[in-house]
Design a protein around this ligand. Sequence first.
Ligand SMILES: Cc1cc2nc3c(=O)[nH]c(=O)nc-3n(C[C@H](O)[C@H](O)[C@H](O)COP(=O)(O)OP(=O)(O)OC[C@H]3O[C@@H](n4cnc5c(N)ncnc54)[C@H](O)[C@@H]3O)c2cc1C
Length: 277
Amino acid sequence: MNLWTVKEVRRPTSADQITEWRDGYAWLAGGTWLFSEPQIHTHTLIDLEDFKWKSIDASASGLELAATCKIVEIYNFKPPAEWLAGPLLRECCDAFLASFKIWNASTIGGNICMSLPAGPMISLTAALEATLTLWPRDGEPRKVRVVDFVTGNNKNVLAPGELIRNIHIPAEALAKHVAFRRSSLTHLGRSNVLLIGTRSTVDGSLVLTVTAATVKPFQVKFDTYPNATQMRHAIDALIPDADYHTDVHGTPHYRRHLTHYYAEQIRLELEAKAPRA
Ligand SMILES: Cc1cc2nc3c(=O)[nH]c(=O)nc-3n(C[C@H](O)[C@H](O)[C@H](O)COP(=O)(O)OP(=O)(O)OC[C@H]3O[C@@H](n4cnc5c(N)ncnc54)[C@H](O)[C@@H]3O)c2cc1C
């Protein structure tokens, strides 16, 4: 789409070159959302591409993903075999309501910034206990966990002009067993519920992350493996009814029902994955 309100596209090679932030400025990543609808309040796009941040760096401490890493790069990344959670990377790429055309342009940082309930990179990184490094326009970099970053439907903690620089997924989380459940009204459609469970191979603790069903990610950790009733009560204590999302893809009641349904499936699947003796 032609953005007729945009009068200037700037292409800095580092964030320091943007010395002031004005109303009407917007960072441009893949542009798949920015160019999908009119941006009547935006007159200047500031392209992140020339920052040339390294997209993916895997090391003993985990996975570093630049905010500008494209979905297709995550899809094509081959995680080491000891990262039991590795298949989750592809499963979450497949959870986009989007084809390869979007994957080739869209970035993980852009997806997290959109902070939509059905943002699959939010599901992925929240479930794997990732931390974001944020670069404020003035001030020191700060770190925020993904589960705390999104505060509502299309709402997050970013201040005006603040950048997501990178996403760190710790190796401990990547080494966990995972179970993934997702529902959508149509094949390749928008997720209306996306739940991920992870289980530590070390202490057997279970972490359940609820996304898409809710306006923001919710996460609960069980140090002792729960039974079905405990799981149910924990979800009800964690998620207020008002925080179940509503749109054409499902009512809050429906999403709450599916959340319980899939959580129990995940509980049973991961129960079989006992920690190392
Ligand atoms: C056909 C189609 C299907 C889609 N399906 C989905 C879907 O299933 N789920 C979903 O969540 N979204 C979906 N989207 C919306 C959007 O494409 C995705 O959220 C995408 O991941 C956004 O990434 P981007 O890199 O293209 O962001 P852009 O469009 O470039 O930017 C999005 C927003 O984030 C800001 N931004 C980008 N990067 C940064 C950064 N590093 N720091 C600070 N701000 C930044 C921009 O200023 C802008 O406000 C879809 C869009 C289309 C057109």
